[in-house]
Design a protein around this ligand. Sequence first.
Ligand code: G1P
Ligand code: ZN
Length: 544
Amino acid sequence: MNIRTVSTQAFTDQKPGTSGLRKKVKTFQQPHYLENFVQSIFDSLEGYQGQTLVLGGDGRFYNREAIQIILKMAAANGFGRVLVGEKGILSTPALSCIVRKYKAFGGIILSASHNPAGPDEDFGIKYNTDNGGPAPEKITEAIYNRSKTIDAYKILEAEDVNLEKLGSFELGSMTVQVIDSVADYVELMQSLFDFGSIRQLLTSGNFRMCMDSLHAVTGPYAYALFEQCLGAPAGTVHNGKPLEDFGGGHPDPNLVYAHELVDILFGDNPPDFGAASDGDGDRNMILGRNFFVTPSDSLAVLAANAKLVPAYSSGLAGVARSMPTSAAVDRVAVSEGIDCYETPTGWKFFGNLLDAGKVTLCGEESFGTGSDHVREKDGLWAVLFWLNILASRKQSVEEIVREHWKTYGRNYYSRHDYEAVETLEANTLMENLREQLSTMKGKQFGKYQVEYADDFSYTDPVDGSISQNQGIRIGFTDGSRIVFRLSGTGTQGATLRVYLESYEPDSTKHHLDPQQGLAELITLADEIAQIKANTGRDQPTVIT
Ligand code: G1P
Ligand code: ZN
């Protein structure tokens, strides 16, 4: 066995963001760049000798090369076994499921989620711990610190492993097991939902659905679930073949990037239900006939209807949402008498709450919902959850959401993104906001009076760890809110996210378009943060 120790020089920019390290492919292709980061991960872990690692990615450009490098490094560093998805493919929730099911030491996911793929686009790498969830900040910080001083890495000299064929192979003294990318995940889904009723709905002849996988990782999973197990007609899954460049698209399931699906659901004779997922399969968008469900509302509807799903029939332990997510789910929690937690942006903050059994469902406004069945958000799980509700309530998506608003009131909600802003300008804008915070309370802006203004800080109720500077919140006395934060997943300049929310209890006022319903707050956000003046942008790049 030939293990090589390769001398290297540290890179200064390997700080993991909201969800792992994301950079342009060209950055990852620099000599030693990926290797340094992988060795920094291994060097930050203890006790993995002889243990199992799970490895897979969303199939984007550079996935295959990266997998071979990581396999050889895992072998050189002493892992006992690596479970790797066939062709190097594993969706993020499937990897989480497999880590848990096979009690692996951890997992490595290769993905830049919804960011475009291709030689000039993005790549990413993320480490998950043995609970199947993203490594907590103390580990990602250790990885970053190690990456700043690393001077060597270990790699096995060997032929590439054939990932086209299921089976076990020896790589040095480590076993590589090429596993079916889909089977374990499908089995888990079958254990959670009422597949019998969903099958009845999908084969009844008077219900049509359309699932858009956007040429990203969920294609094979969606075919297996909807067309094979649940009997939906062939053609239900659109864009189901994963492509290395995602067909040149932007696999972000929202109204802007999943426009093909939006055109179908808002076109002539639309199907009853439409859904899309993102690059690595953890996000989802839910559409009804001529109807869009905001992710914040979706989380609230799932929570309110959870008892209809076999896995959650005895009720929820609690719910959690990220801070910028609307408070729609909070209202369900109050009515159900369960706890609701507000965490910083990023799935890693839900892990402790789920592990401690404090929450069952959690979600983010960024098209992410999930539960304690894995430790990642899960796009197809959310789609199945909706189908289970539709099968059981026998109402349309729109009827279900409108009834929900009637019961709980409507949280008008929208996110405005200003992408690829100059980093300096974005930082100045945030600094200026921070300086205003201490004098904001009580200030009147038109009909809005500031009730609180702060930079969100979170103390984890399980381990007591504190995460500061998680976004600026300005809350008004009528329950409206504006939140400002900078993205931690972008790879170019800075992305300013502005989150707008207002609460409307009166059901005669639930018919507005959110941009209309939020118009005054939108103007106010610019007045307070001076977005136009600071960034030179007249309008957001993306509105969701
Ligand atoms: C974005 C989303 C966040 C999500 C993350 C990873 O992070 O806003 O909710 O967890 O992607 O999918 P951001 O770019 O805002 O830091
Ligand atoms: Zn994703």
